[in-house]
Design a protein around this ligand. Structure first.
Ligand code: ZN
Length: 469
Protein backbone atom coordinates (compact mmCIF):
# COMPACT_ATOMS: atom_id res chain seq x y z
CA UNK A 1 0.00 0.00 0.00
CA UNK A 2 2.79 2.32 0.89
CA UNK A 3 4.60 1.79 -2.36
CA UNK A 4 1.44 2.38 -4.37
CA UNK A 5 0.83 5.58 -2.48
CA UNK A 6 4.33 6.74 -3.24
CA UNK A 7 3.80 6.13 -6.92
CA UNK A 8 0.61 8.19 -6.80
CA UNK A 9 2.41 10.96 -4.97
CA UNK A 10 5.09 10.89 -7.63
CA UNK A 11 2.49 11.13 -10.39
CA UNK A 12 0.77 14.02 -8.63
CA UNK A 13 4.09 15.71 -8.28
CA UNK A 14 4.83 15.29 -11.97
CA UNK A 15 1.46 16.79 -12.81
CA UNK A 16 2.09 19.81 -10.63
CA UNK A 17 5.39 20.36 -12.36
CA UNK A 18 7.23 21.27 -9.16
CA UNK A 19 10.79 20.05 -8.94
CA UNK A 20 12.05 16.53 -9.33
CA UNK A 21 12.44 15.86 -5.62
CA UNK A 22 11.73 12.35 -4.47
CA UNK A 23 8.38 12.20 -2.66
CA UNK A 24 8.70 11.11 0.94
CA UNK A 25 5.00 10.97 1.78
CA UNK A 26 2.22 8.78 0.46
CA UNK A 27 -0.73 10.25 -1.38
CA UNK A 28 -2.84 9.66 1.73
CA UNK A 29 -0.31 11.49 3.87
CA UNK A 30 -0.16 14.42 1.49
CA UNK A 31 -3.95 14.59 1.41
CA UNK A 32 -4.08 14.54 5.22
CA UNK A 33 -1.44 17.30 5.36
CA UNK A 34 -3.48 19.39 2.95
CA UNK A 35 -6.56 18.89 5.10
CA UNK A 36 -4.60 20.02 8.16
CA UNK A 37 -3.46 23.11 6.29
CA UNK A 38 -6.99 23.98 5.19
CA UNK A 39 -8.48 23.31 8.62
CA UNK A 40 -5.88 25.60 10.22
CA UNK A 41 -6.79 28.39 7.80
CA UNK A 42 -10.41 28.15 8.97
CA UNK A 43 -9.64 27.86 12.69
CA UNK A 44 -9.54 30.61 15.29
CA UNK A 45 -8.27 28.32 18.00
CA UNK A 46 -4.80 29.91 18.14
CA UNK A 47 -6.39 33.33 18.37
CA UNK A 48 -8.55 32.14 21.27
CA UNK A 49 -5.46 30.80 23.04
CA UNK A 50 -3.33 33.93 22.71
CA UNK A 51 -6.32 36.05 23.67
CA UNK A 52 -6.94 33.92 26.75
CA UNK A 53 -3.29 33.89 27.87
CA UNK A 54 -2.80 37.64 27.47
CA UNK A 55 -6.18 38.49 29.00
CA UNK A 56 -6.34 36.13 31.96
CA UNK A 57 -2.61 36.14 32.82
CA UNK A 58 -0.90 39.01 30.98
CA UNK A 59 2.75 39.72 31.90
CA UNK A 60 4.60 36.66 33.19
CA UNK A 61 8.21 37.43 33.97
CA UNK A 62 10.04 34.41 35.38
CA UNK A 63 9.38 33.79 39.05
CA UNK A 64 6.50 36.25 39.38
CA UNK A 65 2.89 35.39 40.29
CA UNK A 66 2.09 35.91 36.58
CA UNK A 67 4.61 33.21 35.67
CA UNK A 68 3.00 30.76 38.09
CA UNK A 69 -0.45 31.65 36.74
CA UNK A 70 0.79 31.01 33.20
CA UNK A 71 1.92 27.52 34.17
CA UNK A 72 -1.55 26.80 35.56
CA UNK A 73 -3.13 28.29 32.45
CA UNK A 74 -1.01 26.04 30.21
CA UNK A 75 -1.77 22.87 32.15
CA UNK A 76 -5.48 23.65 31.94
CA UNK A 77 -5.36 24.58 28.23
CA UNK A 78 -3.50 21.39 27.32
CA UNK A 79 -5.57 19.07 29.51
CA UNK A 80 -8.85 20.47 28.23
CA UNK A 81 -7.45 20.37 24.69
CA UNK A 82 -7.35 16.59 24.64
CA UNK A 83 -3.58 16.16 25.02
CA UNK A 84 -2.06 13.10 26.67
CA UNK A 85 0.70 13.07 29.31
CA UNK A 86 0.13 16.68 30.36
CA UNK A 87 2.77 17.40 32.95
CA UNK A 88 4.95 20.09 34.50
CA UNK A 89 8.66 19.68 35.00
CA UNK A 90 9.94 21.91 37.76
CA UNK A 91 12.46 24.59 36.79
CA UNK A 92 14.31 26.87 39.18
CA UNK A 93 14.39 30.40 37.76
CA UNK A 94 16.13 33.64 38.71
CA UNK A 95 13.91 36.42 39.98
CA UNK A 96 14.69 39.99 39.02
CA UNK A 97 12.69 43.04 40.03
CA UNK A 98 12.67 45.96 37.62
CA UNK A 99 12.03 48.73 40.13
CA UNK A 100 12.25 52.24 38.74
CA UNK A 101 14.57 53.53 36.07
CA UNK A 102 15.29 57.19 35.35
CA UNK A 103 17.65 58.66 32.84
CA UNK A 104 17.86 62.40 32.30
CA UNK A 105 20.14 64.75 30.46
CA UNK A 106 21.46 67.64 32.55
CA UNK A 107 22.79 70.94 31.21
CA UNK A 108 21.30 73.32 30.62
CA UNK A 109 18.13 71.95 32.26
CA UNK A 110 17.11 68.45 33.28
CA UNK A 111 15.43 66.52 30.46
CA UNK A 112 14.01 63.13 31.49
CA UNK A 113 13.79 60.40 28.88
CA UNK A 114 11.54 57.36 28.49
CA UNK A 115 13.65 54.63 30.02
CA UNK A 116 13.55 50.95 30.95
CA UNK A 117 16.15 49.00 32.88
CA UNK A 118 17.73 46.15 30.95
CA UNK A 119 16.80 42.77 32.38
CA UNK A 120 19.20 41.80 35.12
CA UNK A 121 20.58 45.29 35.63
CA UNK A 122 21.88 46.11 39.08
CA UNK A 123 20.63 49.27 40.76
CA UNK A 124 22.46 52.55 41.19
CA UNK A 125 21.49 53.08 44.78
CA UNK A 126 18.73 55.50 45.61
CA UNK A 127 20.84 58.58 44.87
CA UNK A 128 21.57 57.56 41.31
CA UNK A 129 24.77 58.58 39.61
CA UNK A 130 25.79 61.52 37.48
CA UNK A 131 28.51 61.32 34.83
CA UNK A 132 29.53 62.61 31.43
CA UNK A 133 28.22 60.67 28.44
CA UNK A 134 30.48 58.90 25.98
CA UNK A 135 28.84 58.00 22.67
CA UNK A 136 29.94 54.84 20.85
CA UNK A 137 28.32 53.11 17.91
CA UNK A 138 28.85 49.53 19.02
CA UNK A 139 30.65 47.14 21.35
CA UNK A 140 33.44 46.78 18.81
CA UNK A 141 33.82 50.57 18.54
CA UNK A 142 34.03 50.83 22.33
CA UNK A 143 36.76 48.23 22.47
CA UNK A 144 38.73 50.09 19.81
CA UNK A 145 38.90 53.33 21.86
CA UNK A 146 42.17 54.45 23.46
CA UNK A 147 42.63 53.30 27.07
CA UNK A 148 41.07 55.53 29.71
CA UNK A 149 38.58 57.36 27.49
CA UNK A 150 35.54 55.68 29.07
CA UNK A 151 36.72 55.83 32.68
CA UNK A 152 34.05 57.32 34.96
CA UNK A 153 31.63 57.85 32.06
CA UNK A 154 28.15 56.65 31.20
CA UNK A 155 28.59 54.88 27.86
CA UNK A 156 25.83 55.48 25.30
CA UNK A 157 25.49 52.76 22.63
CA UNK A 158 24.00 54.44 19.56
CA UNK A 159 23.56 51.47 17.19
CA UNK A 160 20.19 51.21 15.44
CA UNK A 161 18.12 48.09 14.83
CA UNK A 162 17.54 47.53 11.11
CA UNK A 163 14.06 46.42 10.05
CA UNK A 164 14.39 42.98 8.43
CA UNK A 165 12.02 40.15 7.62
CA UNK A 166 14.26 37.46 9.08
CA UNK A 167 15.25 39.19 12.31
CA UNK A 168 18.87 39.57 11.26
CA UNK A 169 18.80 43.33 11.97
CA UNK A 170 17.88 42.58 15.55
CA UNK A 171 20.54 39.88 15.84
CA UNK A 172 23.22 42.37 14.74
CA UNK A 173 22.05 45.16 17.06
CA UNK A 174 21.39 43.14 20.20
CA UNK A 175 25.05 42.77 21.18
CA UNK A 176 24.96 46.32 22.61
CA UNK A 177 22.34 45.08 25.08
CA UNK A 178 23.80 41.69 25.90
CA UNK A 179 27.55 42.45 25.85
CA UNK A 180 27.59 46.25 26.14
CA UNK A 181 27.33 46.62 29.92
CA UNK A 182 30.28 44.38 30.73
CA UNK A 183 32.30 45.72 27.80
CA UNK A 184 31.76 49.21 29.22
CA UNK A 185 32.64 48.11 32.75
CA UNK A 186 35.85 46.59 31.44
CA UNK A 187 37.05 50.04 30.32
CA UNK A 188 36.04 51.78 33.53
CA UNK A 189 32.54 53.09 32.73
CA UNK A 190 30.06 53.55 35.60
CA UNK A 191 26.81 53.05 33.69
CA UNK A 192 25.31 52.23 30.29
CA UNK A 193 22.44 53.62 28.26
CA UNK A 194 21.51 52.12 24.90
CA UNK A 195 19.25 53.16 22.06
CA UNK A 196 16.38 50.68 22.31
CA UNK A 197 16.99 47.43 20.47
CA UNK A 198 13.81 47.77 18.44
CA UNK A 199 12.35 49.47 15.40
CA UNK A 200 9.51 51.46 16.94
CA UNK A 201 9.12 55.19 16.36
CA UNK A 202 6.89 55.33 19.43
CA UNK A 203 8.16 56.80 22.64
CA UNK A 204 8.57 53.42 24.32
CA UNK A 205 11.69 51.72 25.64
CA UNK A 206 12.47 48.10 24.76
CA UNK A 207 13.86 45.95 27.55
CA UNK A 208 15.56 42.55 27.30
CA UNK A 209 18.26 40.76 29.16
CA UNK A 210 21.86 41.82 29.52
CA UNK A 211 24.57 39.24 30.19
CA UNK A 212 27.09 40.25 32.81
CA UNK A 213 30.56 38.83 32.43
CA UNK A 214 31.48 37.50 35.88
CA UNK A 215 34.99 38.89 35.48
CA UNK A 216 33.71 42.49 35.38
CA UNK A 217 32.05 44.85 37.84
CA UNK A 218 28.29 44.84 37.29
CA UNK A 219 27.23 48.36 36.28
CA UNK A 220 23.63 49.57 35.81
CA UNK A 221 22.22 49.63 32.28
CA UNK A 222 19.05 51.03 30.72
CA UNK A 223 17.47 51.53 27.30
CA UNK A 224 15.85 54.76 26.11
CA UNK A 225 13.13 55.07 23.46
CA UNK A 226 14.21 55.67 19.87
CA UNK A 227 12.78 59.25 19.72
CA UNK A 228 14.62 60.06 22.97
CA UNK A 229 17.80 58.57 21.50
CA UNK A 230 17.30 60.84 18.46
CA UNK A 231 17.17 63.87 20.75
CA UNK A 232 20.22 62.68 22.64
CA UNK A 233 22.10 62.39 19.34
CA UNK A 234 21.14 65.96 18.40
CA UNK A 235 22.43 67.23 21.73
CA UNK A 236 25.67 65.30 21.31
CA UNK A 237 26.13 66.65 17.78
CA UNK A 238 27.18 70.03 19.21
CA UNK A 239 30.35 68.41 20.48
CA UNK A 240 29.96 69.92 23.95
CA UNK A 241 30.34 67.63 26.96
CA UNK A 242 26.97 66.35 28.11
CA UNK A 243 26.24 65.10 31.61
CA UNK A 244 23.44 62.74 32.47
CA UNK A 245 21.89 61.30 35.59
CA UNK A 246 21.01 57.62 35.88
CA UNK A 247 18.93 56.10 38.64
CA UNK A 248 17.89 52.45 38.74
CA UNK A 249 16.31 50.60 41.68
CA UNK A 250 16.31 47.13 40.08
CA UNK A 251 17.43 44.21 42.23
CA UNK A 252 17.62 40.43 42.41
CA UNK A 253 15.44 38.36 44.72
CA UNK A 254 15.96 34.70 45.68
CA UNK A 255 15.35 32.10 42.97
CA UNK A 256 11.80 30.85 42.46
CA UNK A 257 10.12 27.71 41.17
CA UNK A 258 8.57 27.64 37.72
CA UNK A 259 7.96 24.80 35.29
CA UNK A 260 8.21 23.58 31.73
CA UNK A 261 4.74 22.44 30.70
CA UNK A 262 4.73 19.41 28.42
CA UNK A 263 1.95 17.56 26.62
CA UNK A 264 1.71 15.01 23.84
CA UNK A 265 -0.29 13.70 20.92
CA UNK A 266 0.82 10.04 21.09
CA UNK A 267 2.21 8.45 17.96
CA UNK A 268 1.45 4.98 16.67
CA UNK A 269 4.18 2.56 15.55
CA UNK A 270 6.97 5.06 16.28
CA UNK A 271 5.52 6.56 19.44
CA UNK A 272 8.92 6.44 21.15
CA UNK A 273 10.27 9.02 18.71
CA UNK A 274 9.44 12.66 19.28
CA UNK A 275 8.63 15.62 17.05
CA UNK A 276 8.93 18.57 19.40
CA UNK A 277 7.10 21.88 18.95
CA UNK A 278 8.42 24.46 21.38
CA UNK A 279 7.51 27.95 22.53
CA UNK A 280 8.18 29.83 25.75
CA UNK A 281 5.57 30.58 28.37
CA UNK A 282 7.29 33.47 30.15
CA UNK A 283 7.34 37.06 28.91
CA UNK A 284 8.86 40.40 29.77
CA UNK A 285 6.93 42.49 32.23
CA UNK A 286 6.33 45.73 30.31
CA UNK A 287 3.64 44.47 27.91
CA UNK A 288 1.17 41.58 27.90
CA UNK A 289 3.43 39.06 26.13
CA UNK A 290 1.11 38.77 23.12
CA UNK A 291 3.63 38.48 20.29
CA UNK A 292 6.48 37.38 22.58
CA UNK A 293 5.48 34.72 23.07
CA UNK A 294 1.75 34.22 23.51
CA UNK A 295 1.50 33.83 19.75
CA UNK A 296 4.17 31.11 19.73
CA UNK A 297 2.44 29.26 22.56
CA UNK A 298 -0.82 29.45 20.62
CA UNK A 299 0.79 28.26 17.37
CA UNK A 300 2.41 25.28 19.09
CA UNK A 301 -0.75 24.16 20.91
CA UNK A 302 -3.12 24.75 17.99
CA UNK A 303 -0.86 22.98 15.47
CA UNK A 304 -0.47 19.93 17.69
CA UNK A 305 -4.19 19.78 18.45
CA UNK A 306 -5.04 19.84 14.75
CA UNK A 307 -2.66 16.92 14.17
CA UNK A 308 -4.39 15.10 17.02
CA UNK A 309 -7.68 15.47 15.17
CA UNK A 310 -6.34 14.11 11.88
CA UNK A 311 -7.77 10.84 10.56
CA UNK A 312 -4.23 9.87 9.57
CA UNK A 313 -2.45 9.40 12.88
CA UNK A 314 1.08 10.74 13.50
CA UNK A 315 3.45 7.77 13.69
CA UNK A 316 5.85 9.64 15.96
CA UNK A 317 4.68 11.41 19.11
CA UNK A 318 4.04 15.14 18.78
CA UNK A 319 5.32 16.77 21.95
CA UNK A 320 4.48 20.37 22.86
CA UNK A 321 7.02 21.92 25.23
CA UNK A 322 6.19 25.31 26.75
CA UNK A 323 9.53 26.38 28.15
CA UNK A 324 9.99 28.29 31.38
CA UNK A 325 12.05 31.48 31.47
CA UNK A 326 13.45 31.89 27.99
CA UNK A 327 13.79 35.65 28.39
CA UNK A 328 15.99 35.87 31.43
CA UNK A 329 18.41 33.01 30.97
CA UNK A 330 16.90 30.05 29.07
CA UNK A 331 16.26 28.16 32.31
CA UNK A 332 13.57 25.90 30.88
CA UNK A 333 15.60 24.91 27.84
CA UNK A 334 18.54 23.94 30.02
CA UNK A 335 16.29 21.96 32.34
CA UNK A 336 14.63 20.16 29.43
CA UNK A 337 17.92 18.97 27.95
CA UNK A 338 19.10 17.81 31.39
CA UNK A 339 15.81 15.94 31.94
CA UNK A 340 15.88 14.36 28.49
CA UNK A 341 19.56 13.49 28.07
CA UNK A 342 18.69 9.79 27.78
CA UNK A 343 16.03 10.43 25.15
CA UNK A 344 17.64 13.12 23.00
CA UNK A 345 18.56 10.52 20.38
CA UNK A 346 14.84 9.77 20.06
CA UNK A 347 14.03 13.41 19.28
CA UNK A 348 13.47 13.09 15.53
CA UNK A 349 12.87 16.79 14.79
CA UNK A 350 12.39 20.02 16.73
CA UNK A 351 10.39 23.12 15.73
CA UNK A 352 10.04 26.38 17.63
CA UNK A 353 7.71 29.37 17.37
CA UNK A 354 9.28 32.47 18.92
CA UNK A 355 9.23 35.34 16.43
CA UNK A 356 5.71 36.70 16.72
CA UNK A 357 2.50 35.68 15.01
CA UNK A 358 3.70 35.32 11.44
CA UNK A 359 2.93 34.79 8.66
CA UNK A 360 5.57 32.20 7.84
CA UNK A 361 7.49 33.51 4.83
CA UNK A 362 10.17 30.85 4.47
CA UNK A 363 10.74 27.23 5.39
CA UNK A 364 14.30 26.56 6.48
CA UNK A 365 15.85 23.61 8.26
CA UNK A 366 18.97 22.03 9.60
CA UNK A 367 18.67 18.35 8.79
CA UNK A 368 21.00 15.74 7.35
CA UNK A 369 21.30 16.32 3.62
CA UNK A 370 19.49 13.09 2.72
CA UNK A 371 16.47 14.25 4.77
CA UNK A 372 16.14 17.50 2.80
CA UNK A 373 13.50 15.71 0.71
CA UNK A 374 11.19 15.96 3.76
CA UNK A 375 11.62 19.74 3.81
CA UNK A 376 10.81 19.87 0.10
CA UNK A 377 7.74 17.70 0.71
CA UNK A 378 6.50 20.06 3.44
CA UNK A 379 7.15 23.00 1.17
CA UNK A 380 5.07 21.49 -1.63
CA UNK A 381 2.05 21.51 0.72
CA UNK A 382 2.52 25.04 2.12
CA UNK A 383 4.26 26.86 -0.75
CA UNK A 384 0.91 28.24 -1.91
CA UNK A 385 0.57 30.12 1.38
CA UNK A 386 3.39 32.49 0.41
CA UNK A 387 6.14 30.36 1.93
CA UNK A 388 9.45 30.21 0.07
CA UNK A 389 11.88 27.34 0.39
CA UNK A 390 14.89 28.37 2.47
CA UNK A 391 18.22 26.73 3.10
CA UNK A 392 19.56 23.94 5.26
CA UNK A 393 21.59 26.11 7.65
CA UNK A 394 18.84 27.24 10.03
CA UNK A 395 19.80 27.97 13.60
CA UNK A 396 16.37 27.28 15.13
CA UNK A 397 15.09 29.40 17.99
CA UNK A 398 16.57 30.21 21.38
CA UNK A 399 14.98 27.33 23.27
CA UNK A 400 15.85 24.67 20.68
CA UNK A 401 19.46 25.80 20.31
CA UNK A 402 20.55 23.38 23.03
CA UNK A 403 18.81 20.53 21.18
CA UNK A 404 20.40 21.47 17.86
CA UNK A 405 23.84 21.53 19.41
CA UNK A 406 23.29 17.98 20.61
CA UNK A 407 22.38 16.78 17.16
CA UNK A 408 18.57 17.10 17.02
CA UNK A 409 17.45 17.98 13.46
CA UNK A 410 15.66 21.33 13.16
CA UNK A 411 12.66 22.28 11.00
CA UNK A 412 12.29 26.04 10.96
CA UNK A 413 9.22 27.79 9.59
CA UNK A 414 10.46 31.40 9.69
CA UNK A 415 7.90 33.90 10.97
CA UNK A 416 7.89 37.30 9.29
CA UNK A 417 9.63 39.68 11.70
CA UNK A 418 9.23 42.89 9.68
CA UNK A 419 6.96 44.51 12.28
CA UNK A 420 7.83 42.29 15.24
CA UNK A 421 10.62 44.47 16.63
CA UNK A 422 8.28 47.48 16.76
CA UNK A 423 6.73 45.94 19.86
CA UNK A 424 9.22 43.29 21.04
CA UNK A 425 9.97 43.54 24.80
CA UNK A 426 8.02 46.77 25.09
CA UNK A 427 4.79 48.04 26.64
CA UNK A 428 3.25 47.79 23.16
CA UNK A 429 3.38 43.97 23.05
CA UNK A 430 -0.39 43.62 23.35
CA UNK A 431 -3.08 41.49 21.70
CA UNK A 432 -4.11 44.09 19.13
CA UNK A 433 -0.69 43.58 17.46
CA UNK A 434 -1.55 39.94 16.64
CA UNK A 435 -2.93 39.55 13.12
CA UNK A 436 -5.52 36.71 13.22
CA UNK A 437 -5.03 35.83 9.55
CA UNK A 438 -1.24 35.64 9.88
CA UNK A 439 -1.68 33.51 12.98
CA UNK A 440 -3.90 31.01 11.10
CA UNK A 441 -1.35 30.74 8.29
CA UNK A 442 1.44 30.13 10.82
CA UNK A 443 -0.54 27.36 12.49
CA UNK A 444 -1.12 25.79 9.09
CA UNK A 445 2.61 25.69 8.28
CA UNK A 446 3.64 24.39 11.70
CA UNK A 447 0.91 21.72 11.62
CA UNK A 448 1.89 20.48 8.16
CA UNK A 449 5.59 20.46 9.01
CA UNK A 450 5.18 18.60 12.29
CA UNK A 451 2.69 16.15 10.81
CA UNK A 452 4.83 15.19 7.82
CA UNK A 453 7.87 14.96 10.12
CA UNK A 454 5.89 12.61 12.35
CA UNK A 455 4.98 10.45 9.32
CA UNK A 456 8.46 10.52 7.72
CA UNK A 457 9.34 6.97 6.73
CA UNK A 458 13.11 7.18 7.14
CA UNK A 459 14.98 7.39 10.39
CA UNK A 460 16.21 10.96 10.37
CA UNK A 461 19.96 11.46 10.29
CA UNK A 462 21.56 13.23 13.23
CA UNK A 463 23.42 16.50 13.03
CA UNK A 464 27.02 16.70 14.14
CA UNK A 465 27.21 17.88 17.75
CA UNK A 466 28.39 21.50 18.00
CA UNK A 467 30.66 23.00 20.58
CA UNK A 468 28.70 24.97 23.15
CA UNK A 469 29.97 28.37 24.13
ZN1 ZN B 1 10.55 35.20 22.88
Amino acid sequence: VRTAGRVLALLALGASGIGAAEPVATAAEVAAAEQLRDAALRSDEAWALVSSLTTTVGPRLAGTPGDRAAVEWAVEALASGGFANVRRSEVVVPRWVRGEAQFELLDPVALPMVTAALGGSVGTGDEGLTAELLRVESVDALRALPAGVARGRIVYFAGRTARTRDGSGFARAVRARTEGPSAAAAVGAVGVVIRSIGTSDDRIAHTGTLVYNIAQTRIPAVAISNPDADLLERRLASGRPLRARLRVTARDLPQQRSANVIAEIPGTDRAGEIVLIGAHLDSWDLGHGALDNGAGVAIAIAAARLIGQSAVRPRRTIRVVLFANEEYGLSGSGRYVADELESLARHAFALEADMGAGPVFRLSARVSSRDWALVQQIHRVVGGLGVELGSNDATGGADTTALRRRGVPILMPQLDATRYFDVHHSANDTLDKVDPQALRQSVAVFAVAAFLAARFEDTPGRLPAEATR
